[in-house]
Design a protein around this ligand. Structure first.
Ligand code: SF4
Length: 278
């Protein structure tokens, strides 16, 4: 099951993924094969264009940062939106070392930062502070934010800060080559894969373990890079790699870990980072 919502039009399954979907859903009624849900603009609206964003170009280089703003990111979406208000001041090169707590007011009042170039330490104050430094860095900052009120780190009365670290397992799955459909291809490099939502321990499916897993994967045709694993050389070999290779499809399982308070992170009491803090 996947939660519903208001989505832009989905990216399309390619022909082999459609075939796999047909066969899997026919054989297993409780399983769904669908396109992944990604934060890419397939059909931008005016509000996206107003922020300087455009439709995804299907080049699958999102990890390098998207020059079109086709992929949601702070840089492409929320910072431009904040900038448009005229009330945003960006303070780059700033490394937050701790959140400041005012004992008299009984609340967080600001942050202390280190300028990464000058090493200058400064403090900034605000009515509301959002700590968005990612899971581990935000936790580190809170752990480093010690005060008389919070001797073990801000908000850590429960001693739960840094505990119950969860990831998911992966690399369990299967892949295969498909014979046929050699006259078919697909558009661009879709920045997305197929998804099989969890069906184990769900509804009428009961197992002798808790939770479950879903699958992620996709199908495609071999590109020129497949030559890396082949013993050959010369013009004919090079030419052969300019045409699409066979269809392959893979599916890999993803299951979340069970929360365990002993799976935790702590700050070293004597080793500091290069800034002399955490
Ligand atoms: S594939 Fe990724 S990098 Fe390329 S346009 Fe789409 S979102 Fe941007």
């Amino acid at each position: 099951m996947l939660p519903d919502g208001n989505f832009l039009p989905p990216m399309q399954l390619n022909c082999l993924e459609k075939e796999a979907k047909k066969r899997i859903e026919k054989k297993f009624s409780a399983r769904t094969v669908t396109i992944g849900r990604v934060a890419h603009l397939t059909q931008p609206k005016q509000l996206h264009y107003d922020l300087g964003r455009a439709a995804c170009q299907f080049r699958n280089q999102c990890m390098r940062g998207c020059p079109y703003g086709g992929y949601f990111s702070t840089q492409s979406a929320t910072l431009p939106a904040a900038m448009k208000t005229g009330k945003l001041t960006l303070r780059p090169d700033s490394i937050v070392s701790e959140v400041l707590y005012d004992e008299k007011k009984g609340k967080a009042t600001g942050v202390r930062i280190i300028d990464q170039n000058t090493k200058e330490v400064r403090e900034y104050y605000a009515r509301i502070i959002f700590l968005n430094a990612s899971a581990f860095a935000s936790t580190s900052i809170l752990m480093n934010s010690k005060s008389h009120r919070f001797p073990n780190g801000m908000g850590n009365d429960s001693d739960q800060l840094g505990r119950n670290i969860m990831d998911h397992h992966l690399a369990v799955g299967a892949a295969g080559t498909f014979d046929g459909m050699e006259d078919q291809y697909y558009y661009g490099r879709r920045a997305n894969g197929v998804y099989v939502p969890r069906y184990r321990n769900w509804g009428n499916d009961k197992r002798d373990y808790v939770r479950g897993f879903g699958y992620q994967g996709g199908a495609g045709r071999g590109g020129w890079g497949r030559g890396n694993g082949m013993d050959d050389f010369g013009a004919d070999f090079k030419e052969s790699l300019t045409t699409p290779g066979p269809w392959t499809m893979s599916l890999g399982g993803f299951g979340e870990m069970i929360a365990d308070p002993n799976n935790r992170m702590t700050l070293s009491p004597d080793q500091k980072d290069k800034w002399g803090y955490l």
